[in-house]
Structures are given as C-alpha cells and as structure tokens.
Design a protein around this ligand. Structure first.
Ligand SMILES: Cc1ncc(COP(=O)(O)O)c(C=O)c1O
Length: 362
C-alpha cells in the first residue's frame, strides 16, 4: 500500500514505525490477549503504559521534577478556559500577546473571567510576524502572561521567549512541541493538543509548575482543575488511553533517533529546503517575516487564488495532500511536522518547480 505525504496541519502524519508497531499490537498487546483500546485504565498493564509515557516525555523534554505532567482531554481549546480558571485568581489580571487566531481565541475566552488585556498584537499585518514584547509591557501584578509559541495558521514562530520576570509565562505549544529542545523552566505552564507532533487527536498534554497548582477559582469544574488531575495521576476519570499509548511510542521513537537535538536538526534541514527554494524564485511568495518563520508550518501563495486552488488539487493527485492554506488565509500551507520525511519535502519542492514552469502567470 502506498502512503501519501500528508501536509495537514493537524491531525497530521505519525511516524510510520509507530503506526506499524500499533498495528502489530492492535489485537493482542504484548501477549495479554487484548487491545490497548479494550484495557481498563486501572489495570496494571495500562498503568505501566501511562507511567512510561510520563517518564519518557520527562526524559525527552527534560522536564524538571517541580513540574507536573498531565494527560488530559478536550483539545488545546479547553485549555483556553482551564488556564484562566486555574490561574486567574490572584489579582485577576492576565496579559495576552495576540499572534494569530488561536491566541486570540484564548484571549477572548479568558476575558470571561477577569481583567484580561492584549498587550500586543500583530493583527495589523495579518499576523505575518510575532510582536516583540519587552518585560516592562506586562502589568507587574498580572497572574500570568499567555503566548502561542508557533502559529499554525499563519506559519510564524516566536524567535524569542518573552521575558516576563516573575510573572508565570503560559504557552500554547500545540504545533511546535517536541520539534526542538525547549527550556521548560522558562514557562509556568505549557499546553499542547497532541494531534500534530505526538499522537492522534483526543489527548492534550499540560506541563505545569507545582507552585501554580491549588489556585483554581471556586467555580472551576473539577475536570478542569489541574490540582485534581495532578493528584490523581491524570486518572480522575478515564484518560484518553489509546492516544497516550501512541504518544508513549512517539516519545520512544524520538529518543531512539537521538532526542530533540536530532529532531531539531532534521526539522531545520526540511525547513531550509523549502524556504531556500521559496527565497530563490519569485513565482511563489512566502508572506511571513523571515525572522518569524515557523519550522513546522510553511505558508506561501502564488498571488492568484485560482492558481492556488489548482496547485492544491494537482499536488493532491500526486500524493502531496492537504496543502491548501487555512480558510482565513488562503494560499498554501505545508505542515512539515516531525514525522514528515525529508523525501516528502523534496517531492514537494520538485512539484512546486514543475507547477511554476507549467503555469506561467498572465
Ligand atoms: C496553536 C494551536 N492552538 C490551539 C489549537 C486548537 O487545538 P484543538 O483543536 O486541540 O482544540 C490548534 C489547532 O490546530 C493550534 O494549532
């Protein structure tokens, strides 16, 4: 069976080796006579899976001991409410940087709960860059500062980590987690939907510094209370068992390859190939400011909506699928997450060259 190169922004490609192992173990997990999908989450076999998943993620990301790792449900979007519910309980103030659609949604959700302001925004240029924000822009008594580190839709990434001083920095890492090493200590809380670089949709990972637990507002639903989830080892209720099992194998895959430094080198090579081509010609335009380019989501346009449509459809017929840009931006977007092989990007660049030759602009 021939597999396509799937450039979808999420859910996205998973490592073939992981999918193959999951297939091998589908009916009979390691001789236990049942699938992981059928196991009680309280069984010793499953407990080993979730414990290993946490241990491996800690190893991959070098998560310090004073951080809790939570395996939750509800997608990253649920964290847009969980974050203010858990953290907006001191001064009731939070500062958001708006760098795209998801950070804006997070900001709008948080506004329901307190004095939440946007300290900077790149909306003025259709989010084609990330605002540079200095420490004195934040309110000193803010309960937290929120950013979205990689902006999936626009193809931008922070070229820096904002310095918030003593204010906890909360970051949405949905589309860049595990793509390169990151210093977890710079963050009070990290959250990420798993469906890009980690696992199937249905799992959300939260990494939270212990001193931020136990501050939830009274009205916080139990299911959204980080302290409850931490005290119950992410098993206050039934966790997304199968997604956690796949995530565990993805963490193993990363470690076997050599960890996040190796992952970064692979991702840099892929991104350089694509951006290198984009910079070498003038048929396609990459709208993102160069210093804010994402290594995971690469956006480009021909400047002609009809040609863009034709591009996505012809590429798809050649096994290069899901290249259509997000509906709010148009053009094309190639999501080249960890599991996208270099050969997939080579094939894309070759296709882009041929398409440009065959379809001169009027
Ligand atoms: C950066 C970012 N944040 C949040 C979300 C929303 O995630 P979910 O669909 O898991 O709620 C996405 C989805 O693509 C995303 O890319």
């Amino acid at each position: 069976m021939k597999r396509i190169y799937n450039f979808s922004a999420g859910p996205s490609m998973l490592p073939e080796a992981v999918l193959q192992k999951a297939a091998d173990e589908l009916l009979n997990y390691q001789g236990y006579g049942l699938s992981v999908m059928e196991m009680s989450h309280r069984s010793p076999v499953y407990e080993r899976i979730i414990t290993d998943a946490e241990r491996l993620l800690r190893e991959v990301m070098q998560i310090p001991d004073n951080y809790k790792v939570l395996f939750l449900q509800g997608g990253a979007s649920t964290q847009f409410s969980a974050v203010p519910l858990n953290l907006l309980s001191g001064s009731g103030k939070a500062d958001y940087i708006l760098s795209g659609q998801f950070s804006t949604k997070a900001y709008q959700e948080a506004q329901k709960y307190g004095d939440v302001v946007a300290v900077a925004s790149s909306k003025d240029e259709n989010f084609s860059y990330v605002p540079q924000v200095e420490r004195d822009a934040f309110r000193k008594d803010a309960d937290y500062v929120h950013i979205c580190l990689n902006n999936t839709i626009y193809g931008t990434k922070y070229p820096y980590i904002p310095d918030t001083g003593d204010i906890p920095l909360v970051a949405d890492l949905s589309s860049c987690i595990l793509s390169e090493p990151i210093d977890v200590r710079k963050f009070g809380l990290i959250y990420a939907g798993a469906q890009k670089n980690m696992a199937p949709a249905g799992l959300t990972v939260v990494i939270v510094r212990e001193d931020l637990l136990g501050k939830a507002r009274k009205e916080t639903p139990t299911m959204l209370d980080y302290k409850v989830m931490a005290e119950n080892g992410s098993m206050y209720n039934t966790p997304p068992c199968y997604c956690i099992y796949i995530a565990k194998m993805v963490y193993e895959w990363i470690l076997e390859l050599g960890g996040l430094e190796v992952m970064r080198d692979r991702n840099v090579k892929k991104a350089e190939l694509l951006y290198g081509y984009l910079d070498s010609q003038d048929y396609y335009v990459a709208p993102v400011r160069k210093d804010c380019r994402s290594m995971m989501n690469v956006t480009f346009v021909t400047g002609d909506a009809e040609l863009d449509k034709q591009f996505a459809s012809e590429a798809s017929a050649q096994g290069l699928q899901n290249l259509k840009g997000h509906r709010s931006v148009g053009g094309m977007r190639a999501s080249i997450y960890n599991a996208m092989p270099y050969a997939g990007v080579e094939k894309l660049v070759a296709f882009m060259k041929t398409f440009a030759e065959n379809n001169p602009k009027k």
